[in-house]
Ligand binder design. Structure first.
Ligand code: IPE
Ligand code: IPE
Ligand code: MG
Length: 242
């Protein structure tokens, strides 16, 4: 209820906390292919429209005042897709970074990548490293993009790093996860009607609230994020207590 206090003290009157107390929201952006198929369009067009949805949602996340928005963009299992689809996705990633980096800088967005992104094509790695460097001094909303990300791979890497330093404990593993330094995950959303985690944030989701929606990713708009936050607001988080 920090939001209430802050706003009433500032003299603008009591307004509801726009994020319902959620600081970190993650989304499994699924359904680009089905969105395109329904319209008899190539899958690549679905992915292209998916990027538009990302752009709009990042703006909304910042305006809502979320601390972190984590987006599942490419999984360790997505290498199983046909080469031309992977190439189209890499092309969209290139263009998205180039087109939006100035906006991230201007809007105080802090970029972070989780996953083993160094396995992506070399020029994409360079673009990512440049974008990370350009936003490293920013202090606003974290935009966390999961690229060549798989939770099992992340946990295995973290456990190895923890073991190299000493005892393996939940805390020592957590400190080595790609998400170290981000606020705890509050809300995990998956679009497109699939009800599974597909190797995304398995560790971090331990006590996150889960929201599944039938909306296909290219159709996912700020109103859907607000609806998920409203659902989150109605949940009672008990963390095993009573
Ligand atoms: C999500 O859309 C985008 C990625 C996984 C990169 P999909 O491409 O999985 O779309 P569907 O699930 O086939 O509809
Ligand atoms: C999960 O979607 C991965 C991303 C959104 C990047 P998929 O479409 O790859 O997941 P499955 O294959 O349906 O589990
Ligand atoms: Mg899918």
């Amino acid at each position: 209820m920090q939001g209430f206090d802050k706003l009433s003290l500032s003299g603008v009157g009591v307004m509801p906390d726009k994020t319902s107390g959620a600081r970190h929201v993650a989304i499994i952006m699924d359904g680009n292919g089905r969105w395109a198929k329904k319209r008899h369009l190539p899958r690549a067009v679905g992915h292209q429209r998916g990027v538009e949805a990302v752009r709009t949602l990042v703006r909304a996340a910042r305006e809502l005042g979320l601390d972190a928005l984590t987006l599942y963009a490419f999984s360790t299992e997505n290498w199983r897709r046909p080469e031309d689809e992977i190439a189209a996705l890499m092309g969209l990633l290139r263009r998205y970074i180039v087109a939006d980096i100035d906006e991230f800088v201007a809007n105080n967005i802090r970029l972070k990548v989780i996953g083993d992104y160094r396995a992506l094509p070399g020029d994409v790695v360079t673009l990512i490293d440049d974008a990370l460097a350009k936003t490293a001094g920013n202090t606003g909303t974290w935009l966390v993009i999961a690229l060549n990300y798989g939770s099992q791979n992340e946990i295995a890497r973290a456990a190895s790093a923890a073991a190299a330093k000493g005892a393996i404990t939940p805390a020592s593993i957590e400190a080595e996860l790609d998400t170290a330094g981000l606020p705890p995950l509050d809300l995990l959303i998956r679009t497109s009607g699939e009800v599974r985690l597909s190797n995304f944030l398995l560790w971090q989701a331990a006590y996150a609230e889960l929201v599944f929606t039938d909306v296909l990713w290219p159709d996912f708009a700020p109103q859907h994020l607000r609806a998920a936050l409203a659902e989150f607001a109605g949940r009672e988080r008990r963390y095993g207590g009573r």
